[in-house]
Design a protein around this ligand. Structure first.
Ligand SMILES: *[C@@H]1O[C@H](CO)[C@@H](O)[C@H](O)[C@H]1NC(C)=O
Ligand SMILES: *[C@@H]1O[C@H](CO)[C@@H](O)[C@H](O)[C@H]1NC(C)=O
Ligand SMILES: *[C@@H]1O[C@H](CO)[C@@H](O)[C@H](O)[C@H]1NC(C)=O
Ligand SMILES: [Ca+2]
Ligand SMILES: [Ca+2]
Ligand SMILES: [Ca+2]
Length: 417
């Protein structure tokens, strides 16, 4: 290595080292007709055509005249000639676009070499140009979107492999880190392969809840270590799949309804209603009566889909004035809940008073005293309220009268002026 020029990011800094060995070599070259020396330059990739690589005349200690007289020129075995020798100024300039990624890929350091030859006397100088990486590539993901379908019942600690990104640059300019956008559910875990490459997983940190967040939108960002830094990203869509973690819920703890007795079959009574926060079959509710007493089983029906309660059989107020029924809602995952349905029955005047003759003294003596009890009647009406109130009388112009004794009991007594 003879001369080393460092020319970094933006053509600022020049450093020249004359190494002792080279001086010896150069010194010797004055005495023998054929000489070989080496120079080394460093330039960043992607410099524009015509940019200076190095001042070879100065670095080799040759003047412009010698270059011209010696017909100094570049000889190269490579097909692409990246450098051009300007003999008029004694400098090397860029003649072709130099893309480090294309030239060397992942290999570092990256360089290309060629010789400068002069005649009379013949001199051969080897030039090596090291190409310094510029951060001109961002990390990229192959896909623009990753889609996961994850059950809300997935346990915390579950892992989901994510795609890796690739950055064509090298060393610090290549991929350095991954970041997952802030979210409540997942954290990022990075791993290193034996070859130094990284791969990432997201790990469930907090249980998902489809009822709260059915969809999640996250973003995975890959960053390199260049200056300025470059990044690439991929969207991660998470569809949270349902688990049956909600029981049906009635919208009332008690439903009160009213129906008159003898209402015909199909008469509307009320509608109970329940909701279930789950989706699909986990949220599909059917209604039924639970622990319905034998005798009421035939009286009411409930539509299992709509919760509509209607009359099924004959409701007799005189038998039962009030029903308390438990209604049950069941989802297709088997979760249930119950509520209370109270049905008050209204009376209808559907019973005529019934007269029972309890005792009778017959025949009656003609000289019987007025006010003597001839018969005891019992009158019942199965209806209630006004419908059950009984008035009892007999035909006029008879020598008898009716007198109420105990409740529902009447005495037929003799009555004449
Ligand atoms: C969730 O995402 C799915 C598909 O990605 C879509 O069909 C659905 O409408 C989304 N739901 C909500 C609440 O955004
Ligand atoms: C049940 O109630 C909910 C709200 O409480 C309502 O959105 C729904 O329509 C009701 N269902 C029926 C069948 O009435
Ligand atoms: C419950 O649902 C029923 C049937 O849809 C409705 O008539 C009633 O108003 C609801 N009750 C409440 C408290 O929302
Ligand atoms: Ca680069
Ligand atoms: Ca990069
Ligand atoms: Ca659910």
């Amino acid at each position: 290595m003879a001369v080393k020029d460092f020319y970094r990011n933006g053509c600022v800094q020049w450093r020249v080292f004359f190494q002792p060995q080279w001086q010896v070599l150069f010194f010797i070259s004055c005495y023998i007709p054929f000489t070989i020396s080496q120079i080394r330059y460093s330039i960043p990739e992607e410099m524009s055509k015509g940019s200076l690589i190095g001042n070879v005349a100065q670095d080799l200690g040759l003047d412009i005249k010698r270059l011209r007289m010696g017909r100094a020129r570049i000889v190269t075995g490579e097909s692409t000639q990246y450098a051009e020798l300007r003999t008029d100024k004694g400098i090397l300039v860029v003649s072709e676009r130099i893309d480090r990624e294309q030239l060397c890929g992942d290999i570092t350091p990256c360089s290309f070499s060629f010789e400068i030859i002069l005649e009379n006397p013949i001199e051969l100088h080897q030039v090596t140009v090291e190409i310094i990486d510029v951060n001109d590539n961002s990390p990229v993901f192959e896909k623009s979107k990753i889609h996961f379908e994850i059950s809300e019942s997935a346990t915390t600690g579950s892992r989901f492999a994510l795609e890796s990104a690739y950055d064509a640059d090298v060393e610090l300019n290549s991929l350095q880190n991954y970041v997952l956008t802030r979210n409540n559910y997942f954290v990022l875990k990075q791993h290193s392969n034996p070859d130094g490459s990284r791969y990432v997983e997201m790990v469930l940190d907090k249980a998902l809840d489809r009822e709260e967040h059915p969809n999640l939108s996250l973003m995975l960002i890959a960053v390199d270590g260049g200056n300025p830094q470059r990044s690439g990203s991929v969207n991660i869509d998470v569809t949270v799949l349902d688990a049956n973690d909600n029981a049906p819920e009635f919208n009332q703890t008690i439903y009160s309804a009213y129906v008159i007795e003898n209402a015909p079959k199909g008469t509307y009574i009320t509608t109970v209603n329940a909701t279930d926060a789950d989706s699909g079959s986990n949220g599909h509710i059917t209604f039924s009566f639970s622990d319905l007493k034998e005798h009421s089983r035939d009286m009411f029906s409930i539509d299992e889909n709509t919760g509509l309660v209607s009359v099924l059989g004959n409701i007799d107020f005189e038998k039962e004035k009030r029903f308390e029924i438990r209604v049950k809602a069941t989802d297709q995952g088997g979760l249930t809940s119950t509520s209370k349905l109270v049905i008050e029955v209204g009376d209808v005047n559907d019973n005529a008073p019934v007269i029972n003759l309890m005792s009778l003294s017959s025949p009656v003596a003609e000289d019987v005293a007025p006010g003597t009890t001839i018969a005891v009647l019992n009158i019942k009406d199965f209806d209630s309220g006004r419908n059950g109130q009984v008035a009892c009388f007999i035909n006029e112009n008879l020598p008898f009268n009716i007198k109420s004794s105990l409740t529902n009991y009447y005495n037929l007594i003799t009555d004449f002026p």
